[in-house]
Ligand binder design. Structure first.
Ligand code: SAH
Length: 252
């Protein structure tokens, strides 16, 4: 698999006719947090702009290197695969993908050496049909029908995240084991449950009630906790102290 920097260089985020420079900055930040750097702008209303830099929050390198184009086709130079992001279903016969599948396909194309574009539309009007006409598929983030439009930079964030997840694939670092101590096995758990049952007897917890149900509940609780051996030793210690106190109380 090619190096992730090579892959990132083959994936570009194209923003068409952006009205608010702040969204350009937020989009730069969104892509930078997920390891991407390429942004192309098509006829932005205001750019460069202080608002864009303010919202980029340090992702100024993305803004500095962003290409600014008068025509969409120039922003797509070299691209053989383009995905158009749209909140609305269009009367256009393009295949429609969800963000995850779109990210998988985009990454697969980039891994084959293709250049890939993710195209985002204007804040108010979205992508025009002529813009979608450059795309190979449409991507809809599955928002609710009666309030479907995400903020532009948030739509960028969703796609950047999905691309990163797809790129990490199996390499997503496994969470570190929480236990540096070996977990208690079935035999140790049984020993603990016997100690617990005996202690509940000793402290007269049951008061004539049948102990079976409560023991089952407690088992469920401790099984869920999957204690390690050190934790179990602490619990045994607590039980032993409770037993000792019960004996003292009896002999008072
Ligand atoms: N009314 C416009 C919304 C524009 S929001 C429309 O219907 O498309 C600005 C851009 O953010 C959109 O052009 C699109 O690229 C992206 N976007 C917002 N919500 C989205 C969604 N639910 N799915 C896919 N893209 C979305």
């Amino acid at each position: 698999m090619p190096d992730t920097a090579d892959l990132a260089a083959r994936l570009r985020f194209v923003l068409a006719r952006t009205s608010h420079p702040g969204n350009i900055g937020s989009a730069a930040r969104a892509i930078r947090t997920m390891g991407f750097t390429r942004m192309e702008l098509v006829n932005p209303a205001h750019f460069p702009d202080r608002e864009a830099n303010a919202l980029a929050a340090g992702a100024d390198d993305v803004l500095e290197h962003a290409g600014v184009h008068g025509e969409l086709v120039d922003a797509l130079t070299g691209c053989s695969f383009a995905l158009g992001l749209s909140a609305r279903r269009r009367g256009i016969t393009l295949p429609e993908l969800g963000p995850r599948e779109a990210a998988r396909q985009a990454l697969a194309a980039a891994e084959r050496g293709e250049q890939v574009a993710l195209l985002f539309g204007n804040e108010r009007s979205g992508l025009a049909n002529e813009e979608l006409a450059h795309c190979h598929a449409m991507v809809r983030i599955p928002s609710v029908d009666d309030f479907s439009s995400l903020n532009l930079s948030q739509a960028v964030q969703v796609m950047a995240y999905e691309l990163r997840m797809a790129a990490l694939g199996d390499e997503v670092p496994a969470p570190p084991p929480e236990h540096d101590e070996p977990l208690a096995d079935a035999a140790l758990m049984e020993q603990f449950y016997r100690h617990l049952a005996q202690t509940l007897d000793d402290i007269e917890f049951h008061k004539g009630r049948e102990p079976t149900t409560i023991m089952l509940r407690l088992r469920k609780l401790f099984q869920r906790a999957q204690p390690d051996q050190r934790e179990l030793r602490v619990l045994h210690g607590i039980l032993a102290d409770a037993q000792r106190m019960a004996t003292l109380a009896k002999h008072k």
